[in-house]
Design a protein around this ligand. Structure first.
Ligand SMILES: Cc1cc2nc3c(=O)[nH]c(=O)nc-3n(C[C@H](O)[C@H](O)[C@H](O)COP(=O)(O)O)c2cc1C
Length: 211
């Protein structure tokens, strides 16, 4: 029998959406390995083009590889800072845009661009759908993690070629994102970029056009 989701569940689900955050400040408490396994099991339920499950996860534990990712971020972030408009540079410099030093768990996410699984269904005209599928898996982990008090921060200020080299992954894999995972230092219902006055969430109607 299919489950019924009542209004109480929907209210709680909405709270989950509202209280999911991109987390950049973590407590040092380690993430038990079974929690990560459980999150990856849930990610596996995400939708994917042609049911191809093109996501590939790399658990980064080796200190030297983590250091290489850290150096990659530092360089990419410095380049991003120097590319800022004059009026925004000081504000950008104040932002904390990754929790690479504190996060106990580092998970790199890639997409297999041409998976055998799924027999190519759905991606002939839109090959980028494999990347979309991997992003769906990340979002699934993000929400599932929040539901059990685990925080996730998505780091994209990285040179993808450098990430692939640092992690020694197949050259054809497409880098999707680098995830910092652990127990958050604080909870909030407002994005950090709003709290830092970088950007503000706009109403849904602002992103809808009718034809
Ligand atoms: C594809 C993607 C890439 C992101 N890259 C970064 C990043 O490199 N550094 C960062 O601090 N936040 C990053 N974020 C997090 C966004 O800044 C964050 O989602 C947004 O400010 C809204 O905040 P919230 O997730 O707490 O609601 C990324 C989010 C997405 C979806």
């Amino acid at each position: 029998m299919s489950p019924a989701f009542d209004s109480n569940f929907r209210d709680r689900l909405r709270m989950l959406f509202e209280w999911r955050r991109d987390v950049r400040h973590f407590r040092p408490t380690p993430l038990p390995p079974e929690r990560l396994t459980a999150l990856l099991e849930l990610a596996n339920l995400a939708p994917s083009v042609g049911l191809s499950q093109p996501w590939r996860f790399v658990l980064v534990e080796d200190p030297a590889r983590r250091a290489a990712i850290r150096a990659n971020f530092t360089e990419a972030n410095a380049a991003a800072l120097s590319a800022q408009e004059k009026g925004r540079a000081a504000n950008y410099a104040r932002l904390k845009l990754a929790g690479l030093d504190e996060a106990p768990c580092h998970l790199a996410v890639f997409a297999e661009p041409d998976p055998e699984q799924g027999h190519g269904l759905g991606r002939a005209t839109m090959p980028e759908t494999v990347a979309y599928s991997a992003a769906m898996a990340i979002h699934t982990i993000w929400l599932a993690a929040r539901a059990e008090g685990i925080g996730l921060g998505w780091v994209s200020i990285l040179d993808p070629t450098g990430v692939a080299a640092a992690l020694d992954v197949p050259a054809h894999w497409r880098f999707i994102g680098y995830l910092c995972i652990g127990y958050p230092a604080a909870e909030d219902d407002t994005p950090e970029l709003e709290r830092e006055d970088w950007e503000h969430r706009r109403p849904a109607a602002a992103h809808l056009v009718k034809r």
